[in-house]
Design a protein around this ligand. Structure first.
Ligand code: ADP
Ligand code: MG
Length: 310
């Protein structure tokens, strides 16, 4: 039995670089809701979104957008103004999670372990003619360079030697006005799945490449996913605790996936919170949920329920 007879718009596609992944996520969610008997329509979230929502009489929105305005709080703000309840995090939490500089501040303020780092502005970088005499003594090498507001590992570089820094910064500044240089934590990558304020479980990521790059994420066979992670119960519990605390530190709602690295002592370090996790049937959150006992349609329905409850 559907929990609502309201018309649900699945917002997918959109204008970001992650449009294709979003269309897959949106299609999977649409099919699941349809199968459960919901009154649902699929909407390509373009510039005319406000009019489309009105025209289609959308009464609740399932946001299946990745990156850009779909994830940074903008679409959430538009839906707030239109009075349409929506899935996932609100305006502020979405904006914070999308911004790696500000989310790091929130994590650290809550006493959560986030790798030490500095944020550089593009103007500063250009003024220096790309030559960096700025102090980067926050941590010894290796470092990671990443654009503040991208996803999917786009523009992320590992810097093992000082001379690799300038090209890494140049690449990242093409994508974002602010770039983070942070300490690279070597260790096990673990992602924690969260729904409705509880931990569903986690997955260990074992890329065959140097790190979990765009290529490692989206080329079949380049990464092994281990469920549950091969980590002893005590340390895994601590990783779950930190994952949930990171979700709460940003004020997130609904489903999120928190990226962590466990250092050689298995201490978890928070990288980021993903407020709109991939939701194709083979994505990580659905895999974690399945282990927890929620199949794909049940997961979709739980996410929807939380949006309607507000
Ligand atoms: N501080 C870090 N230490 C080690 N690896 C990192 C660090 N930051 C990022 N990475 C690697 O880069 C990948 C992408 O970084 P992340 O911060 O999750 O950004 P996004 O996924 O939004 O592009 C991570 O999954 C991880 O493999
Ligand atoms: Mg990530």
């Amino acid at each position: 039995m559907p929990v609502t007879y309201k018309k649900i718009g699945v917002l997918a596609g959109g204008l970001s670089a992650e449009r294709e992944v979003s269309l897959k996520t949106g299609g999977a969610i649409y099919n699941a809701l349809k199968g459960l008997g919901y009154n649902v329509c699929l909407i390509d979230a373009g510039k005319d979104l406000a009019e489309t929502i009105k025209k289609e009489n959308v009464e609740a929105a399932f946001i299946a957008l990745h990156g850009g305005h779909g994830e940074d709080g903008s679409i959430q703000g538009l839906l707030e103004v239109a009075g349409v309840p929506y899935t996932g995090s609100g305006v502020l939490a979405s904006a914070l999670a999308m911004d790696k500089e500000f989310s790091k501040r929130m994590f650290r303020e809550q006493g959560l372990p986030a790798p030490e780092g500095v944020t550089l502005g593009k103007n500063e970088f250009l003024k220096a003619g790309g030559i960096l005499d700025m102090e980067l003594d926050f941590a010894p090498l290796p470092w990671v360079v990443k654009p503040v507001t991208e996803g999917s590992s786009i523009g992320v570089s590992m810097v093992g030697r000082r001379e690799e820094l300038a090209p890494a910064l140049e690449k990242a500044f093409l994508l974002s006005g602010r770039v983070i240089v942070e300490r690279r934590v070597l260790g096990k990558e673990v992602q924690v799945g969260i729904l409705g304020g509880r931990v569903l479980g986690s997955v260990e990521i074992r890329p065959s490449l140097d790190f979990y790059s765009y290529e490692a994420k989206y080329t079949g066979g380049k990464t092994r996913y281990i469920l549950p992670p091969e980590v002893d119960a005590k340390h895994l519990e601590e990783a779950h605790r930190v994952g949930l605390a990171a979700h709460k530190a940003l004020g997130c709602r609904g489903a999120t996936r928190v990226d962590l690295i466990l250092d050689p002592g298995l201490r978890p370090w928070v990288l980021e919170v993903n407020t709109i996790p991939g939701m194709t049937e083979t994505s990580l959150l659905p895999k974690i949920a399945k282990q927890y006992g929620l199949d794909f349609p049940a997961l979709v329905e739980e996410i929807l329920k939380e949006a309607l409850e507000g």
